[in-house]
Write a protein that binds this ligand. Structure first.
Ligand code: DGJ
Length: 523
């Protein structure tokens, strides 16, 4: 198991995943991947999320070919990146897209999910032992290969088992086998956790009489098909993870196609059985070998984004966002995930199109790159200060002009869009891409790091404001800095780019250069 404390560790050290995921079919060949490594480097990422296709590594049943995996590891190493491999196996977005041809062509042996009308879906059934055994064998073979080629260097830091698993097109498998299992008793290992379940699961259970014994329908009523499918999919994946960890103990997670959309109908608006909000506790009970349940958050508004961060950051589940939009909203929302929800990592999806044909970053991604540069500038501080109350998100939502932050003995006033000196910063309510955002960390009684772009910050001793307010705050008030320097971390080392004093601090700590953080010590 990963240390499911707040941090991911790599070679014994805390590691924040600043990642990017390639498009689904980009990893079939080394040639297709070739330009993407540089894209990730230009993005300031430290980790690549790349799929491994079951159909490619086991083209003939029982015969494995890991040449492409070796290419991926070599590509990552050459570019100083870590790798998260995404196992596109039994499930890809609640269907069977990347299952091998030999499996797709034998539906009697590798059974499908059947709808209530008796229609067979392109979804492999979680109740089919033959499919489970085949997937388990393939994952174990992959892990055995990783053990041989990567045990020392540990370029691969995590394995995503399956991709957005669940059943798309039906709430559950209505095959004869599925019906028999559905009519059976809910396992005690699930019912015992229900009284303490945190998610909506407990409410659903209580509404149906809080029964400890009974069939799925009796215990969970209308939502029984989804809960039953979640249990079945989670048990299936857990069996693969458990066997895989015996071969090579790599952290493993399952990503989630979230349920908070449309009419929220399991099997229709999202794959039924995935680890959506209301069944997190089902997954936790059924899949103890899975280290993380990781939401793919494609919401661009702070309310939804933060609500989901909150749901998935639990004592038993550190927040990891393996997919999110490659869009301007992520440029600011990522700072909530880092500072408020102690995320261990974030990776926007579909980085392939980030650089245009002329080698320039496409306009809609500039803000995201700036935020990645800002995060990279103070990266080693994140695992140290997350969860301590000393790491603060600076985020300019629409129309917001200032942010007031209470620190230990100090108060920070962040002004967006205001710089009376030197550079002009974006105004509050300006375009989403130009909104101010970043992080502020109090690392000592009088010592601070600030990173980000699009704002000026004043930091003053709490209750001592009058001393500084002989001018109004817009015109500068001569904060009593002992030392201010701008720079960035290279590995563990803080590198100073420039010193600041006089006009360059009297008008606040101006954050205008992405990738350049400020280290400031009060007198
Ligand atoms: C979520 C999936 O997990 C990804 O593989 C990809 O299909 C994206 N959706 C596309 O938006």
């Amino acid at each position: 198991m990963v240390d499911t404390g707040r941090y991911m560790t790599v070679n014994g050290k805390p590691f924040f995943i600043l990642g990017g995921q390639v498009h689904n079919s980009s990893a079939y060949t080394r040639e297709r991947m070739a330009p993407l490594w540089n894209t990730l480097v230009r993005m300031h990422a430290n980790t690549a999320e790349v799929p491994v296709y079951w159909e490619q590594i086991e083209p003939v049943e029982g015969t494995f070919d890991f040449a492409i995996v070796d290419d991926l590891i070599a590509g990552a190493r050459e570019h100083g990146l870590k790798l998260i491999l995404l196992w596109f196996g039994t499930w890809k977005n609640g269907t069977m897209k990347y299952a091998p041809g030999w499996m797709k062509l034998q539906p009697e042996r590798f059974r499908r999910v059947i709808t209530p009308e008796g229609q067979s879906l392109p979804v492999l059934s979680p109740h089919c032992q033959a499919t489970l055994e085949a997937d388990k064998r393939a994952v174990c073979a992959l892990l055995d290969h990783l053990k041989q080629v990567d045990n020392t260097e540990r370029t691969v830091i995590m394995l995503q088992i399956e991709n957005e698993p669940g059943s798309h097109g039906s709430e559950r498998d209505f095959s004869q086998e599925g019906n028999t299992l559905f009519a059976a008793e809910v396992p005690e290992s699930l019912t015992v956790v229900l009284p303490a379940a945190r998610s909506a699961l407990r409410r659903i259970w209580e509404e149906h009489g809080a029964r400890i014994k009974g069939s799925w329908q009796e215990v969970f009523g209308r939502q029984a098909p989804e809960i039953f499918t979640a249990w079945s999919v989670a048990r299936y994946i857990d069996e693969i993870a458990a066997a895989g960890k015996v071969v090579y103990d790599l952290p493993m997670y399952v990503n989630v196609w979230l349920g908070e959309q449309g009419f929220r109908l399991a099997g229709y608006d999202y794959p039924s059985g995935g680890a959506v909000s209301q069944v997190i506790d089902v997954w936790k009970a059924a899949a103890p070998h899975i280290d993380l349940l990781a939401p793919d958050i494609y919401f661009a508004d702070a309310d939804h984004f933060c609500q989901l961060c909150d749901t998935y950051s639990r004592a038993d589940n550190p927040l990891f966002i393996p997919e999110c939009g490659l869009w301007p909203a992520t440029a600011r929302l990522m700072f909530y995930a880092i500072a408020r929800y102690n995320a261990i990592g974030i990776a926007p999806f579909g980085i392939d199109g980030l650089i245009d044909e002329d080698g320039n970053v496409i306009e809609s991604c500039v803000a995201l790159l700036e935020s990645f540069a800002a995060t990279r500038a103070i990266l080693p501080l994140l695992p140290v200060y997350q969860g301590t109350g000393r790491l603060h998100a600076i985020v300019q939502e629409e129309g917001v002009r200032e942010q007031y932050i209470k620190l230990d003995g100090y108060t920070a006033l962040v002004q967006f869009g205001v710089s009376w000196y030197g550079r002009q910063l974006p105004a509050g309510g300006a375009s989403e891409a130009s909104r101010g955002r970043g992080l502020l960390i109090q690392v000592g009684p009088k010592e601070f790091y600030v990173t980000g772009v699009g704002f000026t910050v004043y930091i003053r001793p709490t209750g001592d404001f009058h001393r500084f307010l002989y001018k109004n705050r817009w015109q500068g008030s001569f904060d009593a800095w002992l030392m201010v320097e701008a720079g960035h971390f290279e590995g563990e080392q803080w590198v100073v780019d420039e010193r600041r004093a006089g006009d360059e601090t009297d008008y606040g700590l101006i954050m205008a250069t992405p990738g350049q953080a400020v280290h400031a010590v009060f007198e």
